[in-house]
Every structure is written in structure tokens, then in C-alpha cells.
Design a protein. Structure first.
Lengths: 467, 467, 467
């Protein structure tokens, strides 16, 4: 079906009318994407995307996990094996399998994102199905070959004002340098994601720490050298536009150890035989260290805890990380964040953005914490909850305690470049839908709702992320 | 008040119109009841139900727990005492007490189920009250004496296509044999519920294990003989139509021990002094063993964890099990199921159906798990959540991650035979109401919603339970 | 904007019509406020309230925590420092800061409460803003000086029928005596809140226990004397109208120790070096002791667990208790309450009212517990959840299991006297909105809804609190 202009708005005519008016004011605002996973190489090299399967199926864990859950092998979808073993290489065959299972996505955000992109970018208003799979493949493949579908052209077409990538601490940011040197007006910013050199349980952690030393000229076998190396890398990122760091820790644990304790823990995790608890403590100490660095260099600190990564041993062994088997777990914030908050939580000049995969924390912990500590803000509904029902719950569960100003607008958090306009549009529509209910129930004036809708669409993200 | 044709549909006229159209397509579909607790003796003997109190009050924990919470003694409701002590025996007196407290059920599903049965089966559209209690008693008692209200006639009148009972591993299934030998066309299937011979904390566990050996001719004092005995009993059940097993463990813990470890644990729980943790581990190991048996014999495995059974010492001592004092507890699935899922979770030919009494797990754990592991499916909103608000939350919290295809339709899970049509009707209405919102908000086409409504009403249950 | 007569009602016209009719029957009912924190001195002395800042900003943690979260120092809002250090003393300057940040409260209940009071009490329908801050200050300050705004006049104007304060066990209740001696018809009741003499971790606990002995003439160095002292104080409170006790424990833990064990634990917490676990156990034992006292003296027992008090070390050191940094935590009820419930949970003559700051417990634990134990009832949505979305969740998550009769109506729980009518009005509107949906969806008759609306507005509170 074609995209309906009223999609995601409440059915009630009064609310829908309000939602339409609010949305009209935000629909065409530029996109600010302060947290995401697009590849800087796209903007640097500006090459055509290869084919529909490589664009829509193979890299999208929302897509292949659903197909896998219903019995489709990942190999049949072209997901590369860790051992280089054989997987499907014919993109058209992958696309046909995708089409044959497209009905599985009814009721999911993936369907809305994909169909939005299909219509807006490729002019296709049909529902993907076995009967039209080949024809739609050809339409998409044909369009991808045109200049209008190159990454930079799409950046402009999408009205992106700024977009952040996510980059490892050891990344040389060469693509970012290329972008900046090219004279192109697009604003693509790196984000400092140091998990590989911070998490003692990360594959190759010790070699990574050594590499961090080599890269910075600091002695990363010492605690002070290790911290100094981080400071240098952050400066390197900041010089290329970074305004934020990001941390994908398993828990929200933070620590505030004395210098001697921190040194001893650092020695344990880099040269000893650390327990899982010591690894978690080290990650927790580093959050506090990064917050202190942020007080000096201004990076916004993002904390994304709560995922049990690589839950399936088999999928991890066969396909590696990020293959759809990361499962949320209960996440404590109240006790976990106390050391950090006692250390720096009252700094109004610091911004720590909290995300969660445990929705029970919204009203019980996160809104009350963000509603009192000046340094804390709440990130948007994340990952499994980046969807209409998830977004609605986020607003219903946080607004009455934390208001709107302690939230930071929308993140698309995606590596699916073509879905970015659809995701921001969904967020804007869902926020307008939420606001329309408050207005219709006379809990908020329409003028206030109008102002807030613009905050949520762009201003809060620009402010929180210092863009 | 008489049953309203639009009951449980959203008030908004647009949504209500959609819900009506969707419901029209599922209203008259047959009932498939793949999990429940009706008594096979009813179908085997086809005797009249005794009286209104025996039918609606004494056996229904939804009913007597509410009355008890407001000060009515269970003895006054005719609930039998464990010690055989005196309880009310006059069904009319029990019925009057029920009528005097009927207002307590306003807003609960019990009220809707009861009033549905009253109107559809007995033609009564009045609200039960002290003033009409005797008259309604007579109407119901009179009808119960007629052939049209016998179990088999009701089975046909209810348009039941298949119904599962729940039967202990030691049950001889004689009633099931009687049913099958009778030539009656009704399809009544046993379900393998082996808690009494699996749970070391179950009353009489060791004697039960010995009886299992006697019944099967296997040496259940050995681990291998014990497993072989289960396989034989499952075959006995399967020969009588069983397609599923069911497990009412306190937690979702699973284990995947080596053979030597499992043997040692078996010895501890059958001959030693096991700790509660060892008992839980043994139950957890047996889930994995049953899943392996399912790979061979095809039984669908149902896991119903999360109830703190017999929370009240007094009620348990005085009245025994299942008397309304089972209370949900927080339930972990992510870590608890990992051993099972690493062992068999990727088997697309296996079906494990998960239920929960901890709704926080829907979006955080269950939908993400069922949305990736081929062997997992989500059972419907269970027990306290088998009600309009509970069903709505189930769909809102699971659909965006797991879709519809990773759920299994509706279970009535009841021993209240006369409420079965009401329960399935409620589920169909609530699912249509949910779908009508997606359609009205242009998140789903009405054609797709129509197709899904039929899936949810019957097809997913038939498929998941292999009926 | 002026208060809209339909505020908080659903937008759908059918539901709104029903909500209007239900609300019309409860709008003008008297207010019963069985749990709150207004100052008995107000009613005793009947003096004018000092100024707008002292009334609306300085004492209201909902207000100053939000401003603090957005970078306003508490000193600038006149919140007194523990060390007596300098804070803003000009009420007009405080008011201007409040006005400058008023937009932060959009979407929060604080905005609705404040604007309700502003219009109803001061006739102001403008939205507070920097441009009108001085003028509104003058309007309010002028009105506060008039006799119509004195506490007793407001009590009558608010149609309060009874209001409970909250008073420490060591409080002499002199203000309550003054009120009763004055001949004024207002009904102001004390409530027994003994945390300071029960919680071993309370500042000055041992001195407080000694003072309790001095006050009662009992030997509070012995367990039996300590209990006797409580009984005497409770009698003192009851003689002044108290019908309830209240307990702000960190957890819901209860204990039912033998007399010897309890004596030993009492000795540890009063003369030894108790661990945190022993302190929690002692608080838990005291809940059971108080429940036993209630069986004799009839006080209703309120349990308010789940707050991590004084989460910020800095705020606690600088400003003391209750300064907005109390954060909810996950709260177990099922295991925690079992000792209490096994001891007294089946006593239909006892009333224990449970509150929660962990909404996940509503459907999982609290409704099932209150739906079976005669002694248990559920308090209304509390603190962070005393707001439209929070109230809606409370009803949606508890009604299907516990019905309405196992809840106790509304508590305003406030020290903000002028907000009391607004809070009760919000609760009445939200309950009517919830009921209107049930009626519109034909899940409840409008007659039943009408009856329930009155229960929720006043009758359940009067019954549960024995007023």
C-alpha cells in the first residue's frame, strides 16, 4: 500500500487533526543524526551501493534475525561466515528469499522503514512479494546505479544537517579526513567508541591496549599512560568534529576508585587473570574516567548498557558479533550509577546520555535520576524499542517525572542508510501523536505542543550533542 | 446487561468499524484449545454437571480467591478441606454467597466470561444479584439436567475442533481410551505433564519415580532407566493423540550437564538430600532432556515458569494446591534458557513455547529470544494476564520485535468448561481490537490484518501444536 | 490557558460523554485525605501563608528537583542549607527564577496542579512566564494576606471532610491538641510514623529510642518495654483521632522471629554493631509487630517501601533529607511479605495498605497478593506515579486481578496544601476516564461505573482508613 499521509497518527479525529498540525511544522526540518552506524567510507568514497541484498538484507540484523527465527539459515541470506565458509552469493537469490518471507514483518517497524524507503527513494508502492520480487529488484538495482543514489546525493536529499558515525579508538579516521579534505559541505562526525581498548573481555583487548600506546606514543602499560592515550585519541576525534563518546558496556556499573585502587585494577586486567567482576569494575571505573575527561574536553558521554551480547554460542562462533542474538537483560541504574553521579553528577556542564534495553527502568529509575541530576539526560527508545509502541511507552513513562527537557530527541542508531529519513519521520510522527493526546485531553496547550514538537525533532538533539 | 455485539472493541468509530469487519471473519471459526485443564472424564462419561455451585464457584480459583480476599471463608464456598473437615455442602447456599459478592468482579474477566456463558448457554441476560440468585440457580440447574448440556453436546455446540487436557505422567489415560473407543468424533488429546515425577520438591516425588518404573518396566533408580521410562510414557501419550508436554517449573532455569553430572544429580535428588538449588538444577536438566526427546518424538514443549506456588502456608495446609495463593515472581529467561538454547535452540524442527507471569519479560527478553531462536515461540498472555488489558499488553510488547508468527494463538488454559467459548471469543475480540488500531493508524493494511486475525484465532495454534 | 472542563478526559466523543457523566457525580463530593504531609501547625495556628515562594517553590520537591536537573542551584531557590549557609532570601527573586523555568513542567502533573490552584484560588488564568511573574506574585501575595486564604478557611473551601497529617512517634501532637481544643469543626488526624524510632539506620536512632522510653515511662532498653512504649504512643495518637500508622522502609521485607530471636536482634540494633541486613531484618520484624498491635488497636498499617533515600551524597550533606534525590528501586513483595502474611495476612479485621515505587509489581505481585489475602489492600499510584499516566497504569495493571474493592481510593500524600483540590480532582477525572473506556467498550455498565466512581472518589478511602 502507498504511504498514508496520516500514518502513525491516532484514529480519533480530534487527536488526528492536532497531530497533523504539529507534524506539519516538523516534517521538513533537517535531520540531525547524532548517533548511528553508517560507514564513513560511503561519504568519503561516494561509490554506488552494490545491490538490493547488500543494502537491505545482509547487513540488517532486524531483517535477518526475523527470517532466522522462522527457519531461514543465515547462510542463505548471504551473511558472511567467520570461517569464510560458503554462503549464498547471488544477491537476487537472497532478495527472493527476503521477499518470500516479507509477511513476517507485518506489525514491525522494519516493514514501515522499508516501505517508506521503497516509495520515497524508488517510487515503489507495491508490497514486496514473491510475485514482484524480481521486478522490484531490477527497479532498485537500476536506481542504485544512478548518481542520485550515491551517498552524498542522498545525504543532501535526506536534508541531513549533521550525522555521527561510530568509530573505534584505534580507527585512524582516514575516511573522515578524506571527507573534510574533499570540500564537500556534508557534516559527518566521528564518535569515540573505545570498547575494544576498555573492555577486558573484548577480543584482543591486550593487543588493542598495546596498539593504543603505539598509536599515541603513550606508555599504555601504565595507568597514567593509558589515560593519557585516551585523552590524545579523544583530541584526535574532536579535531575531526566529534562531540560525543559512546560506551556499549554490558551493565551500567560505575566505579570511583582511588588512584591506587584504579592502578591495581588496571594492572590486573592488563597483565593478570581478572575475574568477570573485576572486568566489570574496570569498565565501570573507565566510565567515571571518561566523564572526567569530558569535563575538560566537552565530549558528551553516551552509555548503552543492558545487552547480553552474543547470547548464542553457535551464532557467535559461526558468524561473529552483531548477528541478531544480543538479548536485553534487567539493568540496574540506581546503585550502578551512584559512584559516577557522586563524582560528577552535579556538573551542569557535563552531559551523560543514558539508554536502556530494560523498559522497567524508564519510570522507576531513569526518569527520577534524569529529573534531578544536572549531568544526566535520557536517550530515546533504543533498538528493540525504536518503534511506535516503544516510543509511546518511552514518553508515557518518562514525561511526568523528567519532562521533555531532560530527553535528547531522536537517534536513528542505524547502519541502514536508506532508512534514515523513515526512522526520523517515524519518530516525529510518534512524538506528534503523543503530544496530540496531551493537547486533546487539555493537558498541554497546542502552542506548547508545537514548541515541544520542534524541540523533539531537532533542537534537543542539537543542544544535548553540542552540534 | 445483555452481551453487546461490539464489546471489547475500541470506542473510536473508525477503529470499531475495522474491528467489526475483522471479527466477522473469525467469530465463527472452530475452537482449537491446545492447552487446558478440563477433565477427560467429562468427555468419557458424558454425565450431567452436578449443580451451579459445582460448576461455577467451587472449582474456579479466579472466583473464590476474589471472594476470599474480601473476607468470605473458603469453607463457606464449599472448597474441600484437606483434612476432610466440614465445609458448606448446600450448593444453593454457596450460590447465594457468590451472588451477594458478584459486584466484586466488576472490571475483571471473570465477569465477562460468566455473563457470556449465562447468556449464550442459559439465555440469562440479567446481572446476578441477591434478588435473582435463587431464580437463576433454578434456571441453570434445570438446564444442566438436559441432554443439551452434557459435555459432548457442549463440545459440539462450542464448535471445538480439538481440545487438550493435562495429564500426569502416571495417569493411565483410561478416560482418553474410553473416548477413543466410543466412536465419538470429538478430539480430546492428553498432554504430558510430568511435574510429579520430575520435581524433587513435589509431594511424593520418590514414590512417584518408583511408580513410573513399575508402570513402564524400566529401572527408574538409574538415570538411563528414568529417561527411558519418560520416553515410554510419552509414546503412550502420543498413541492417544498427545502433541505436547507441559512443565510447571518454578523458574525457567535450564541445564545441559554432561552425562556423568546428570547421573550424579539424579542420584542426589532420588536418594540423597538435595538442596533447593539442586532441585532447581534437576528440573532444569530435565527441560533439556525433554527437548531432546521432542526432537525424536515430536512433542511440543511448553514451559510455564514464574509462579510462587502455595504462597500461603495456611491455605496450603488447609485446602491443598491450586487454591488461589499462587503468586507470580520476577522470572529470568535470558540466562536461564541459555543452556537449553545452546543445546537445541537452533533446531527449526523443535517447538518450545514459553509462557510468563512476569510481563516485564515480554519486550525485554521473550520477544527478542523468540525473534531469533528458531525453536522458540511465545505462548499467549497467561493466567492473571488472560484478560483484555493483559492481552493488549502482550501484543503491544511483543509484536514489534517478534512479529505475529513467533506467537502461537490463544490457549484457554481453563478447567471451567462452560467458559471456553467466552474465553476464545474474548481473545479474538481483543486481537481484532489490537489489529484495528494498527489498521486505523495505517501501520498495517486491512487485508493483512484480516489474514493475521485468522492466524491468531486458529492457524497459529494448529501449526505450533501440530494439530 | 484556562482550566478546560473536559481536561483529562479521553478525546473520543463517546468516551468523553461517559466520563463527563461519571465525573458530574463525583466532582463535588467532599475530600477525604487519609494520607498526607500538611503541617498541623497550619490548622492549629491558622496563620496566613507567608509568600508565593514559600508556598509553591521552597517546600515542593517536585518543583525544585526539576529546576535543579536543568542547572538551577537549590540555593537560588531558597532551599535551606544544612550548615545554615547563605541561600536566596528574597521570595520575589525565587519566584522570578521559578517563572523563568516554568516551561520545564509542560507535560508534568506539577503544571496541572499549580495552574488549577492558580485559577481556582487566585483567579489567574494566565500561564506563568517571566513577563507576568511580578504581577502574579503580587496577586498571590495579596490574596494570601486575606482571611479567605487562611488554612482553616481553605479547609472549608476545599470541602475537606477529614485530613491526616504524618507525625513522628516522639511528636507531642500539641498542634493536634490545640485544634481539638479550639472547637473548630475541621477534622485533622495524626498518623503514627515511627521510622525514627524503628529504623536503626535513622539519624539519632538510639537517642530516639531512649526518648521514646522517657516519653512513655517504659524501659525501651528491653524488647518488651520497647513494644509497650509503641503501644502507649499509638494509644496517644488514637486518642487524638489517628486511624493509621505509616512506615517508610527501604524495602518490603518482613520477619516473624521467635521472641528470643527478636529480643536478640533488638539488642544488636540498640546496643551492638548491626549489619545493614540486620537493620533491614529489624525493620521487617517491626512491621509484623505493628500489624499485631493493629489487631488490638485497629490502626491501619501503611507500607511505603522502595525508595533509595538520599541517593546523592552531596545533596544530603548540603541540604538534608527529602530534597528530591530519592530514587525508586526494584522492590520484591512476594518473598518479602510472606512472613507477615503467614502471621496475620488472613485476618479480615486487619488492613495493610501497600504502596509501590516499582510499577512492575502492580500486575505481577501486588494485585495477585491483594486479590487473595484478606488483610491486604493496594494504595493508589504513589509519588512519581501520582499523575495521569501513572494512575492509568495503576488501574490497567491491577483491576483485572484485584478488582476495585481491593484498592483504597486516592491519597494526595502532599505537603502542598493549595494543591489538594487539584490532586483529588485529577484522580477523580483519571478514574472516570478509565471507567469511561470500560463502559465504551461494553466491559462495564454505566450504572456500575457510576457506583465505582463514587467508591474511588470517597467511599473506599473512608472504609479502608476507618474514617
Amino acid at each position: 500500500m502507498a504511504l498514508h499521509p496520516d500514518r502513525l497518527f491516532p484514529a480519533d479525529e480530534t487527536q488526528r487533526g492536532i497531530a497533523r498540525r504539529l507534524y506539519a511544522a516538523v516534517r521538513d526540518l533537517p535531520i540531525v543524526s547524532p548517533h548511528g552506524h553508517t560507514d564513513p567510507a560511503w561519504y568519503a568514497l561516494n561509490e554506488a551501493f552494490p545491490d538490493p541484498a547488500a543494502l537491505f538484507v545482509k547487513p540488517d540484523h532486524y531483517v535477518f534475525r526475523m527470517l532466522y527465527s522462522q527457519g531461514v539459515a543465515l547462510e542463505q541470506l548471504g551473511v558472511p561466515r567467520a570461517d569464510g565458509g560458503p554462503v549464498e552469493t547471488d544477491p537476487r537469490a537472497i532478495w527472493r528469499r527476503f521477499a518470500a518471507h516479507w509477511h513476517l514483518f507485518r506489525g514491525t517497524p522494519t516493514k514501515m522503514w522499508f516501505e517508506h524507503a521503497l516509495e520515497d527513494i524508488f517510487g515503489v508502492t507495491e508490497v514486496l512479494a514473491p510475485g514482484n520480487a524480481d521486478r522490484l529488484y531490477d527497479v532498485i538495482a537500476g536506481a542504485l546505479a544512478t548518481p542520485a543514489l550515491r551517498p552524498r546525493a542522498l545525504y543532501e536529499r535526506f536534508r541531513i544537517k549533521a550525522i555521527s558515525t561510530t568509530d573505534g579508538a584505534l580507527d585512524d579516521l582516514a575516511h573522515h579526513d578524506t571527507i573534510r579534505a574533499s570540500g564537500w559541505a556534508g557534516r559527518v562526525l566521528p564518535c569515540y567508541r573505545p570498547d575494544a581498548v576498555v573492555d577486558p573481555e573484548f577480543d584482543g583487548f591486550r593487543a588493542n591496549v598495546a596498539a593504543l600506546g603505539a598509536l599515541t606514543g603513550e606508555d599504555t602499560s601504565s595507568w597514567s599512560g593509558y589515560l593519557a592515550a585516551h585523552r590524545k585519541r579523544r583530541a584526535h576525534f574532536i579535531a575531526r568534529g566529534a562531540t560525543a563518546s559512546d560506551h556499549g558496556h554490558a551493565t551500567a556499573r560505575t566505579m570511583n576508585l582511588s588512584r591506587a585502587e584504579a592502578e591495581a585494577l588496571f594492572a590486573t586486567v592488563t597483565t593478570g587473570t581478572p575475574t568477570p567482576a573485576e572486568c566489570d569494575a574496570f569498565r565501570g571505573q573507565m566510565i567515571t574516567e571518561f566523564a572526567r575527561m569530558s569535563l575538560d574536553d566537552g565530549l558528551v558521554l553516551q552509555l548503552h548498557p543492558g545487552s547480553f551480547r552474543n547470547h548464542s554460542d553457535m551464532l557467535f562462533r559461526r558468524f561473529g558479533r552483531d548477528k541478531g542474538a544480543d538479548i536485553p537483560t534487567p539493568t540496574d541504574y540506581v546503585r550502578a550509577l551512584k559512584p559516577l553521579l557522586d563524582a560528577v553528577g552535579h556538573e551542569a556542564g557535563l552531559t551523560i546520555i543514558l539508554f536502556t534495553l530494560d523498559e522497567t527502568a524508564y519510570s522507576r529509575e531513569l526518569a527520577p535520576l534524569a529529573g534531578v541530576y544536572p549531568a544526566l539526560k535520557l536517550g530515546p527508545a533504543w533498538w528493540f524499542f525504536d518503534a511506535p509502541e516503544g516510543m509511546r511507552r518511552f514518553r508515557e513513562l518518562t514525561t511526568e517525572t523528567a519532562g521533555f527537557a531532560n530527553t535528547v530527541g531522536f537517534n536513528d542508531d542505524t547502519r541502514a542508510y536508506l532508512s534514515i529519513p523513515a526512522r526520523h519521520d517515524m519518530a516525529r510522527r510518534c512524538d506528534c501523536a503523543f503530544l496530540s493526546r496531551l493537547v486533546a485531553e487539555h493537558r498541554l496547550s497546542e502552542d506548547d505542543a508545537h514548541d515541544i514538537a520542534i524541540d523533539l525533532a531537532i533542537r534537543l538533539a542539537e543542544k544535548a550533542y553540542r552540534l
